[in-house]
Design a protein around this ligand. Structure first.
Ligand code: FAD
Length: 489
């Protein structure tokens, strides 16, 4: 999709007005907006592109910019979709001809004490973790990808390998949030309105735009890491133990090697010092070097019989040398602030494609074995295979958000990931069928290949409740894009 030049309220103050002066004969805003598109993309000589439908990207700097956009549908057409770091893998932030609100400049830490921190919604987890670390404080949830924004993470699925008692996702540590409703009104929702807070968390920007969030924090707490390598059958046998252990559980799965790396994080009574540099190297190797290497191997070696085992070897070596070899201890703070680089942003989307489902923990032993067999069978018929290890987390039961995937029970999330895109679309559709066979629970921002009927079956009354509130809060469908019209309604 072609995207227009971002409207930045400060540097482009009344860019439209200036443009109007320059472009004589332009009497309607719709055409002016299109002209912006053409200028920004350097396509001004291609007359036919004037007719293309495009989305408007607005960079938000102040809360009142959000109000300006939401209350002016003529200038900023519907649907309006807030965007954080844009790391979602579905069409949840997309619009055909509407308005995207880039929240990443709304990134100030407003205030904190020993127990909570209040931030603007566009601040990235990394930035927040770094600021808190200076005072010996950290976020409660151990979120992996620190480039996501606080607003995006609490408005969508943001699963984490959490230590029991920490909550299954970042949304569970929200104490209060401020929402700008589709009509442009400020609405403060705190724990004193627990039912409304539960609906607002993980509501994917359907009830309005979150501009401020207060999160629980704590003193930095270290954990020790234990690793084990198993084959898939052994892993399935261990699964009941892994579901109960008082530790955070993360799995790296290599189905074509029949190898699973288990990483368990245990908090002890001692708070040992944790160094940031092993986490930086680990993250650089894992999220930058590895995807590049496997992608290059995939491109330069055409013979499958050589290429595929080589990719598996690289993945296995990365796991042993980097993930296991480098860090024996960590903390949420070290993991989030010690990460290497931005993986995904609107201007430079990540190379990694991913799709996540959650499965009831009691079934996950069967799921991992079937997943290995599914990957191999799919590879035989289609020749496609994911070139990065899949990642699984144990996510404990968490009812802090209405659409929480672990609302009913403890689950394991399973994220399949690849840099190899040819064949990916078919893979995720078949993977969706596979997941449905094991009562898989989807996330609207991370699960590709979803069908509306299936979503209805899984979320049932909870989805109906969200739908009713959404329709009451947004009767004119200001926030509703095509994707959510299909899946939430
Ligand atoms: C390499 C990589 C690793 C990842 N690792 C994990 C992981 O470990 N665990 C996990 O759960 N996910 C993971 N993800 C998925 C993704 O990062 C998360 O879902 C994340 O929480 C989305 O945050 P974001 O800022 O990118 O939000 P976006 O993708 O920009 O938006 C997500 C949703 O929230 C809405 N939204 C955004 N900001 C606001 C706001 N201010 N107010 C209201 N609504 C808003 C959007 O409209 C959209 O519906 C990963 C993704 C990548 C690419």
């Amino acid at each position: 999709m072609q995207r227009n030049k971002a409207l930045d309220f400060d540097s482009d103050t009344d860019y439209l007005a200036r443009l109007r002066k320059r472009t004589v004969g332009f009497d309607d805003l719709k055409r002016l907006r299109t002209e912006l598109v053409i200028e920004a993309t350097g396509e001004h000589r291609r007359k036919h592109s004037i007719k293309e439908k495009t989305e408007t990207l607005v960079r938000v700097r102040r809360d009142r910019d959000i109000v300006t956009v939401l209350t002016n549908p003529k200038r900023f057409p519907s649907p309006v979709r807030p965007v954080g770091s844009s790391s979602s893998s579905t069409r949840c932030t997309r619009t055909q001809a509407g308005t995207q609100l880039d929240m990443t400049l709304l990134n100030r830490l407003l205030r904190f004490n020993a127990k909570t921190v209040t931030v603007q919604a566009g601040i990235r987890l990394r930035e927040l973790a770094e600021k808190l670390a200076v005072h010996g404080l950290e976020l409660v949830g151990g979120c992996d990808d620190p480039d996501r924004t606080v607003g995006g993470a609490i408005s969508s699925g943001s699963l984490t390998a959490a230590i029991p008692g920490e909550g299954g996702d970042l949304a569970s540590s929200v104490v209060r949030l401020t929402l700008i409703t589709p009509q442009g009104h400020r609405l403060d929702i705190g724990q004193d309105r627990a039912d409304l807070l539960r609906v607002a968390l993980m509501s994917y920007g359907l009830l309005g735009v979150v501009c401020e969030v207060e999160l629980r924090i704590r003193r930095i707490r270290s954990y020790a890491m234990r690793n084990k390598t198993l084959n898939f059958d052994e892993l399935a046998n261990y699964m009941p133990d892994l579901a109960q252990v008082r530790a955070a559980v993360k799995l790296f799965l290599l189905p074509y090697r029949d190898t699973a790396f288990v990483e368990v994080r245990v908090t002890g009574s001692k708070n040992r010092p944790v160094h940031g540099w092993p986490w930086k190297i680990r993250n650089w190797a894992w999220n930058s070097v590895l995807p590049r290497v496997v992608h290059s191997v995939g491109r330069v070696i055409p013979i499958r019989q050589i290429r595929d085992p080589l990719i598996d070897t690289v993945n296995e070596a990365a796991q042993v040398l980097v993930n296991r070899g480098l860090s024996a201890s960590g903390s949420n703070s070290a993991e989030q602030s010690g990460q290497f680089r931005t993986l995904s942003r609107p201007q430079r989307p990540t190379r990694i494609r991913y799709c996540t489902w959650a499965f009831p923990a009691c079934q996950f032993g069967a799921v991992v074995k079937a997943y290995r067999d599914f990957c191999r069978a799919h590879n035989k018929t289609s020749k496609f295979r994911c070139d990065l290890p899949a990642i699984a987390y144990r996510v404990d039961k968490d009812q802090s958000a209405l659409l929480s995937p672990s609302f009913d029970e403890q689950v394991f999330s399973l994220s399949v990931r690849t840099t190899n895109t040819s064949g990916w679309e078919d893979f995720v559709i078949e993977f969706a069928e596979f997941a449905a066979g094991f009562a898989g629970i989807p996330l609207f921002n991370q699960t590709c290949g979803l069908t509306a009927g299936y979503v209805e079956d899984v979320f049932g009354k909870r989805l109906a409740h969200l739908r009713a509130i959404r329709r009451r809060m947004d009767p004119n469908d200001r926030m509703l894009n095509q994707f959510f019209a299909e899946h939430v309604g």
